[in-house]
Design a protein around this ligand. Structure first.
Ligand SMILES: [Zn+2]
Length: 121
C-alpha cells in the first residue's frame, strides 16, 4: 500500500474501528450472534419473554424490520473486518479486480472499499 502514507492508513484504520463499534452497537440492538462464526441473526427486543398474543404480533412486525437491517449491518460488519485484514496483509487500498490503487478520497468516503471507482458494483 505504498500510495498511502502511514498517517493516511492510521486515519482510515481509526475510521474503520469507529464504524465497527457503531455497527456492533446497532447489531446488538437488533439481533444476536447465532453461531461461532460470528454471524448475526435478527431478533425482536421482547423475544424470550412470556408470550402473549399482542406481543407475538409485535415481535413478528419487529422481525420483519430487523431481518433486512441485521443482514445489511452484518454485511457491513464483515466488509469492515475484511478491510482490517487487508491492512494487515498489505493488500489494502488496491482494487481487487484490476489491482489499481484506490484513491484516498474514495477510501475516506468508504474505508471498506475493495475496488476502484471503475470496478465499483
Ligand atoms: Zn479496478
Amino acid at each position: 500500500m505504498h500510495h498511502l502514507e502511514k498517517g493516511e492508513v492510521d486515519e482510515l484504520h481509526t475510521a474503520i474501528d469507529g464504524e465497527l463499534k457503531d455497527v456492533e452497537v446497532q447489531l446488538r440492538d437488533h439481533g444476536h450472534i447465532k453461531n461461532e462464526r460470528g454471524e448475526w441473526e435478527a431478533q425482536s427486543k421482547s423475544e424470550g419473554e412470556e408470550p402473549d398474543h399482542t406481543d407475538a404480533a409485535d415481535n413478528i412486525e419487529e422481525l420483519v424490520t430487523n431481518v433486512p437491517l441485521v443482514q445489511e449491518l452484518s454485511a457491513r460488519h464483515r466488509a469492515l473486518e475484511d478491510a482490517l485484514v487487508r491492512m494487515k496483509d498489505g493488500t489494502y487500498g488496491h482494487c481487487e479486480v484490476c489491482g489499481e490503487e484506490i484513491p484516498i478520497e474514495r477510501l475516506r468516503a468508504n474505508p471498506a472499499a475493495r475496488t476502484c471507482i471503475k470496478h465499483a458494483t
